[in-house]
Structures are given as structure tokens and as C-alpha cells.
Ligand binder design. Structure first.
Ligand code: CAA
Length: 380
């Protein structure tokens, strides 16, 4: 077993680290506080090739592997998880979903803009009454011959307003249950497509999360992805890869908080010595370092399986479950190590603690990951 990263992978990690420290860090507190979407930062990320990292260069992507994607996600998420969620959704839900399951005409039409970051995409599955229970779709798409008529509401959509291209999951035949679900490419500006108010969130406040409404939207037949009835499998397979992205985001949030806590503990003195020399703090740091390394290995394993063309569905759920629980647990500890300073914005750890929470919820809650993992453990 070889744990060494290649020179290309190390170069990607270093480029992401430089970008995070030099471009993202200066404005991150203000963007969080005022809920400013990082439009300029996303544009620059696109120019660096980070918005279609795994997409084939013939469609405008960077053609990198999933391991590089994990490394980049970790570095960016150490500093700004609002930026990294935009990157994760665009890369693993939108670009990967289209490249893997769309037809050639759809790929040529949509991927070059999305993979280069000239436009960004959104993935629309969740509904007011269909979150974890994703088969209970109420949004309908009725077959009208040359088009589908789309009606319904989608909730908590990342890139809800900033996106131009939306992958929308809808029920086309209620009788068939999840076999009667399809996925469609919907463009902003289609008549009857409305973007609702921006959510005022606990964390990842720079990202724009919206409710979307569809009222008699005519979606051309050629915008359906895959065979009739493929939509639920499309969503599940795409989310399986997406969970590697969110696991890496959680890993980055945890390791960002750990690095800040470690540095602070070596500077801050109490009772005549640096607080890192008190066992109460040193043991916290030891636990953080161990859990973060375990989370990193789970993320890299899931990515390596994906790169090798092997089944990675359980590995990605394990990575997401463990990394997101680690992020929540250890960002709380990072605030504790900082004491009163940890409670104020200038020290960054309170934001990382707020950002950590969503990683236990989106792209499948921790409970959903346990469903997937336990089914794998118990099968046969
Ligand atoms: N790959 C391929 N197929 C899969 C699959 C996978 N990973 N998981 C399930 N399927 C298939 C099953 O084989 C089954 O197909 P057949 O009937 O043909 O055999 C079908 O899908 C239904 O599967 P289940 O019976 O397992 O379905 P279920 O109702 O028990 O639900 C679940 C399973 C795992 C809980 C699923 O509903 C789920 O993942 N829910 C969470 C949804 C989610 O992650 N939402 C996140 C929203 S997107 C988001 O957050 C993005 C963002 O903005 C950041």
C-alpha cells in the first residue's frame, strides 16, 4: 500500500492552499457576516480549473482525479466552506452527473460553460416534504409530447440564484414510484421558473441557498437525462460521488479549526506556560489530530476507489459520516481551546463551528449515511 501523493496531486493541493490563504482568507469574515456570495472568488477558481476538476478537458474540464479533488476541497474548506460548497456541487453533482449520464449533445451544450466556471450549476432534489425520503417527490413533469410540463417546489438549493443550469428531479409517473422519476436540465430564464428568497443560514452564509418554484415550465424533451425512469438512480449515483466532496469539505473545516487551535495553544500562556503544555489541551489536540487523519484516510480511500472504477458507495458514506461528525465535534473543541477568543469572529473558529453543522445534514444526513452503511454491513 502506497500513501504517497503524486507530484501533480501535491501541486494541486499547494495551489488550492495558496488560493485559500491569499484570496479567500482576507474577506471571509465579511462575506460570512453580510452573506455575500463569493462571485469574484468563484470566477477565479474557475480560471484555475477548480470548477470542473474531474471533467474531461474535451468538455472544458481539468481532467484530474478524485484524489486531487479531495485535496483541493480540504484546503479551500479550511478557510471558506461557503466557497467550497459551490465548488463541490458544481464539480461532483452537476459536472460529474452530466458527464457520466447525459448524452453527447447535452454534454457539448452544457459542460464547457459549467466545467470552466463561466456558469455554475445547481442540483435540485430536496422538497418541502422530500428530504431524506427522497423517493417522495411531489414535483411533477408531465409528458406533453415534445416537452414536459414541470410544476413544483424545490427547497434549500445551493447556488439557487447564482446558478444558470439546474438539474431538477421530478416525478413523471406516480404509479411507478421511484421508477417513475426523471432528471431534467432546466435553464434559468425558462418561463414559469422562479427563484424564491435567500435563506438566512447558521453557517456557509456566503453561499446562496434558495427555494425554487416551477409553474408550468416547458422543459424540452431533449433535456431529460438518460432513459425514461432513470431519475432516481441518477440522483443516488450522483450523490454517491457528491458525498466524497462534502466529506472533504467537513475534513477541511475540521483541519482548519485544528490548525488554528494548535497555533493558538502554542502562543497562549496560562499558569506560567503555553496552554499546549497542559495535558488538558495536549490531549484534546491528540484526539483532534487522530480523528482528522482517520477522516482524511476515509476521504482518500473513497476517492481512490472512484478513480480505480470500483464501487465506492459505502466508502463515500463512511467518509461523509465520519468526517462530518469529526468536523462538528472538533470545531467545538477548537472554540473551547481558544476560550473567550474563540467566541468572537476575528479568530475564525466560531465560523468553522457554524459551518460544520451543515455537513451532517446536506447530501444525506448522518442518519441517511448510517442507512446506507448498515444496509451494506447487513446484506447477505
Ligand atoms: N446507486 C445506485 N442506485 C441506488 C443507490 C445508489 N447509491 N441507492 C439506491 N439506489 C437504487 C436502489 O437500488 C433502488 O432501485 P431498484 O428499486 O431498481 O432496486 C432505488 O434506488 C431505491 O432505493 P431504496 O429502496 O434504497 O430507497 P429508499 O427509499 O430506501 O432510500 C436512501 C434510500 C439512501 C435513504 C435515499 O433516499 C437517500 O439517499 N436519501 C437522502 C437524499 C439526499 O442525500 N439528499 C440530499 C439533497 S442534495 C444536496 O444536499 C445538495 C446540496 O445542495 C449541497
Amino acid at each position: 500500500m502506497n500513501f504517497d501523493l503524486t507530484e501533480e496531486q501535491l501541486a494541486v493541493r499547494d495551489a488550492a492552499r495558496d488560493f485559500a490563504q491569499n484570496v479567500l482568507k482576507p474577506g471571509v469574515i465579511e462575506r460570512d457576516e453580510k452573506q455575500i456570495f463569493p462571485a469574484e472568488e468563484i470566477k477565479q477558481l474557475g480560471e484555475l480549473g477548480f470548477l470542473g476538476m474531474m471533467t474531461d478537458p474535451k468538455y472544458g474540464g481539468s481532467g484530474m482525479d478524485a484524489v486531487s479533488y479531495v485535496l483541493a476541497m480540504e484546503e479551500l474548506s479550511k478557510v471558506d466552506a461557503s466557497v467550497s460548497v459551490v465548488m463541490s456541487v458544481n464539480n461532483s453533482l452537476v459536472c460529474w452527473g452530466l458527464e457520466t449520464f447525459a448524452n453527447e449533445a447535452q454534454k457539448q451544450k452544457y459542460l464547457p460553460d459549467l466545467a470552466s466556471g463561466r456558469k455554475i450549476g445547481a442540483f435540485c432534489l430536496s422538497e418541502p416534504e422530500a428530504g431524506s425520503d427522497a423517493t417522495s417527490q411531489r414535483t411533477t413533469a408531465i409528458d406533453m409530447g415534445d416537452h414536459y410540463l414541470l410544476n413544483g417546489t424545490k427547497n434549500w438549493i445551493t447556488n439557487g440564484n447564482s446558478a444558470s443550469t439546474y438539474l431538477v428531479i421530478a416525478q413523471t409517473d406516480v404509479e411507478k414510484g421511484h421508477h417513475g422519476i426523471n432528471a431534467f436540465i432546466v435553464e434559468k430564464g425558462m418561463e414559469g421558473f422562479m427563484v424564491g428568497a435567500k435563506e438566512n443560514k447558521l453557517g456557509i452564509r456566503g453561499s446562496d441557498t434558495h427555494t425554487l418554484m416551477f409553474q408550468d415550465v416547458k422543459v424540452p424533451k431533449e433535456n431529460r437525462i438518460g432513459e425514461d425512469g432513470f431519475g432516481f438512480k441518477f440522483a443516488m449515483k450522483t450523490l454517491t460521488g457528491g458525498r466524497i466532496g462534502i466529506a472533504s469539505q467537513a475534513l477541511g473545516i475540521a483541519s482548519g479549526a485544528y490548525e488554528l487551535a494548535l497555533a493558538y495553544s502554542k502562543e497562549r500562556k496560562a499558569f506560567g506556560k503555553e496552554i499546549s503544555k497542559h495535558q488538558a489541551i495536549a490531549f484534546k489536540l491528540a484526539d483532534m489530530a487522530t480523528d482528522i487523519e482517520a477522516a482524511r484516510l476515509l476521504c482518500l480511500k473513497a476517492a481512490a476507489l472512484k478513480d480505480a472504477g470500483k464501487d465506492y458507495s459505502h466508502a463515500s458514506s463512511m467518509a461523509k459520516l465520519f468526517a462530518s461528525e469529526t468536523a462538528m465535534k472538533h470545531t467545538v473543541e477548537a472554540v473551547q481551546i481558544h476560550g473567550g477568543y474563540g467566541f468572537v469572529k476575528e479568530y475564525h473558529v466560531e465560523r468553522l463551528m457554524r459551518d460544520a453543522k451543515i455537513t451532517q445534514i446536506y447530501e444525506g444526513t448522518s442518519e441517511v449515511q448510517r442507512i446506507v452503511i448498515s444496509r451494506g454491513v447487513l446484506k447477505d
